[in-house]
Design a protein around this ligand. Structure first.
Ligand code: IPM
Ligand code: MN
Length: 360
């Protein structure tokens, strides 16, 4: 019996409500599987913690997490603490501190999921975004000069290192090769004459090692348009931190909404724990009402299982989400249902269990 230590950071707003359902599902999976189990350690970090201590997490927070096999994160941010403080003090600190340089975001229209685009079949929207997650536009570097004077100016630096670009681009090529899919790189080399020209050059260089992978390069503005007009042209997509951030919200919008959008912050080299989270925020206005959709968190728990080496469980969980959507079974209000967060999670577990029993 393998034991996995999972650190849980429920965080703010609807975070605790949705994370509870992800934990429920992981426990159900371990019971059904029988070969592994989870030990969860909860860390009460976030905005409330900040208001009490002046920090989003303790000084030795990374140390407390570093020996876990994975981290489950709910959401971060709450009115009363400026977003750049809460996010930089927790979410971004973890991504950076554990060098989780890949942010992997599946954008897949499941059967039965709402889609605002006309005449879309599930097979038309099925891509995976590989978002750079450690540097780029999110470097946090810059300066604020001459505050409150007429000369006031700010500088927000982007950092694109050769190592940083190569590793994310190589990861995307490997994924495209393994899955025999096309690879699209998102750029803006026409306007960003250092960062994106460099990015394009590295995309081409690394590509020489992957002559079998069919590639495309799109400017980010054109990519946004094509994701709406012809999403089918995207299979594996690699993008910088900010471009990946923006396009994956667009991706969520065309594939069922934020309630279904999952993401994994990966250290592919397993030096540090990877972190799994729904890509939606803390939705303060929905918090405490029991109406948040837990399916994004459950999908990210599936990514956690895949990362630990259980791709079959990933598939079974996504299939079960699709089953619930097709049958309109116990969905929350964002998906047209009237189930509560807990009811949706409970229904998910019973559906997963019966599907699993049937197939074994
Ligand atoms: C995301 C979020 C974060 C990001 C914010 C909350 C800092 O939007 O995970 O996509 O921009 O990375
Ligand atoms: Mn985002």
């Amino acid at each position: 019996m393998t034991t996995y230590r999972i650190a849980v950071i429920p965080g703010d707003g609807i975070g605790p409500e949705v994370i509870q359902e992800a934990v429920k599902v992981l426990n159900a999976v371990s019971a059904l599987d029988g070969h592994f189990h989870f030990v969860f350690t909860e860390h009460p970090w976030g905005c409330e913690y900040y208001l009490k201590t002046g920090q989003m997490m303790p000084e030795n927070g990374l140390d407390q997490l570093k020996d876990s096999d994975a981290i489950l994160l709910g959401a971060v941010g709450y009115p009363g603490v400026p977003d750049h403080i809460s996010l930089r003090g927790l979410l971004l600190k973890l991504r950076r501190g554990f060098d989780q340089y890949i942010n992997l975001r599946p954008i897949k229209l499941l059967e039965g999921a709402p889609c605002p685009l006309k005449n879309m079949q599930p097979s038309d929207i099925d891509m995976v975004f590989v978002r750079e997650n450690s540097e780029g536009e999110y470097s946090g570097q810059g300066a604020w000069l001459y505050p409150d004077s007429p000369q006031e100016l700010v500088i927000q630096d982007s950092v694109f290192s050769r190592k940083g670009c190569e590793r994310v681009i190589r990861y995307a090529y490997e994924l495209a090769r393994r899955e025999q899919k096309t690879l699209t790189s998102i750029s803006k080399g026409n306007a960003l004459n250092y960062s994106m020209v460099f990015w394009d050059q590295i995309f081409e260089e690394v590509g020489k090692e992957y002559p079998d992978v069919e590639t495309y390069t799109l400017l980010v503005d054109a990519a946004a348009m094509f994701m709406i007009k012809n999403p089918k042209r995207f299979q594996i997509v690699v993008a910088s931190n900010l471009f990946g951030d923006i396009l994956t919200d667009l991706g969520a919008a065309i594939s069922g909404g934020m309630g279904l959008a999952a993401g994994a912050n990966l250290d592919p080299e397993h030096r540090y724990p990877s972190m799994f989270e729904p890509i939606h925020g803390s939705a303060p206005r929905m918090a405490g009402k029991g109406i948040a959709d837990p399916l994004a968190s459950i999908w990210s728990a599936a990514q956690l299982l895949e990362h630990l080496g259980y791709p079959n469980w990933y598939a079974q969980i996504v299939d079960t989400i699709e089953q619930m959507l097709k049958e309109k079974h116990c969905l929350t209000q964002d998906l047209g249902g009237c189930a509560s967060t807990t009811e949706c999670g409970d229904a998910f577990v019973s559906m997963l269990s019966s599907a699993h029993m049937k197939s074994h």
